[in-house]
Ligand binder design. Structure first.
Ligand SMILES: [Cu+2]
Length: 385
């Protein structure tokens, strides 16, 4: 099938009534609200595709015929000045919790849809929590009560919600937080188990919401907390499925066929190409130990995380902070919708590169730098001269 697009032409009014052929006249909001009752199970029945097509039909400018007039055929230069940037600074996360008793943690999240930089040639319409990819790093303690409030901005096109893997309850909170544009909802939940957990939007097609950027992580600290380290970072891997080939210039549009076939054009750390190399390279000093909270928002591809030029001292595999960490590890498998806590100590200065060792993905945008400064340590490494 020819690709269709839900992307918006900037010249078009923000909320047009769709012209749906051979069917009742429906407003976009009617379609969006109509997704509220769908569950992940509905995906298997094929309704995800129908759902996507409905939305695509509803947002296609009047006069465009299916497929032939796809917005994905349109390309124009993206001005780099003033472009939105959804990249999440990996150093932007709350510090360790110092309290020793459970508390109520209030979390406020807002879903924001916006066109933003995909790389230095292209932009893309991202769907985000709080305007960044990944969304905010949430931090609570086992036994805490999480009071989560989700609001969906009224300029959104889509319905959204949140499923936290740390939450025990229907849909991980998704059923209680279905929000049409302009709506708010929430729930209260006890953090029963410690660990590092992914959260994501779970409105069908869930894979489309996740590949558009709607994921993040929540750490539930164990009673005793995690051992202290010098620095902590927050990194998530994602995929972007554009109709256009990797490297195309312009406003790119999503491709549902590629998404269903799990063939992304872009792989990204923290939202866009070069987010963690050009914009926010991680910084450390010789002798320091860093901890990386690493997760896969995906939605589809397992990551084989590797830090070029280093060996992980400790790895909390699968985000499990109850079992002792693995030690002295080269490459860590992190499943789709999963996480790991990676710790490395830097003995020499230089640029260390975090990659998925499925290295074709580097060529599609997936790399992160850790810039380590400080004195040389020739006992450990020195070039022959
Ligand atoms: Cu969503």
């Amino acid at each position: 099938m020819t690709t269709r697009s839900a992307a918006r032409d900037p010249a078009r009014p923000a909320d047009p009534l769709p012209d749906v052929a051979a069917g009742p006249r429906l407003s976009r909001r009617t379609l969006l609200v109509g997704t509220a009752g769908l569950t992940v199970g509905a995906l298997a029945a094929g309704s995800a595709r129908a759902q996507h097509d409905m939305v695509a039909d509803a947002t296609r400018p009047t006069g465009m015929t299916s497929g032939i007039g796809s917005l994905s055929n349109r390309a124009y230069p993206v001005p780099l000045e003033g472009q939105n940037d959804i990249a999440h600074d990996p150093a932007d996360l709350p510090g360790p919790l110092m309290r020793e008793a459970p508390a109520t943690v209030r979390v406020e999240l807002e879903t924001v849809e916006l066109e933003a930089r995909l790389d230095n040639r292209a932009s893309y319409r991202f769907w985000t929590f709080n305007g960044s990819v990944p969304g905010p790093f949430l931090r609570a303690r086992v036994g805490d009560t999480i009071e989560l409030h989700l609001s969906n901005r009224d300029d959104s096109w889509m319905m959204h919600n949140i499923d936290l893997h740390a939450v025990t309850g229907p849909g991980g909170g998704a059923e209680a937080t279905n929000c049409a544009p302009g709506e708010s909802a929430g729930f209260r939940a006890r953090a029963l188990k410690p660990g590092l957990f992914v959260y994501h939007c779970a409105v069908p097609p869930v894979a489309l919401h996740m590949s558009s950027g709607k994921y993040g992580m929540i750490l539930i600290e164990p009673d005793e907390g995690l051992p202290p380290v010098d620095r902590e970072f927050y990194v998530m891997q994602g995929e972007v499925y554009t109709a256009e080939s990797f490297g195309t210039e312009g406003l790119l549009t999503e491709d549902f066929d590629k998404l269903m076939n799990e063939r992304p054009e872009y792989f990204v750390f923290n939202g866009h190409v070069a987010a963690l190399t050009e914009h926010y390279p991680m910084q450390a000093r010789v002798g320091e130990t860093v901890r990386i909270f690493f997760g896969v928002g995906g939605p589809n591809h397992v990551s084989s995380v590797h830090l070029i030029g280093s060996i992980f001292e400790r790895v909390y595999l699968n985000g499990d902070v109850v079992s002792p960490p693995q030690q002295s590890v080269q490459t860590v498998v992190v499943p789709a919708g999963g996480a790991a806590i990676l710790e490395a100590k830097f003995d020499v200065p230089g640029r260390f590169v975090l990659v998925d060792h499925a290295l074709s993905r580097v060529e599609r945008g997936l790399a992160a730098y850790i810039e380590v400064t400080g004195p040389e340590n020739p006992d450990i490494f020195a070039p022959l001269v």
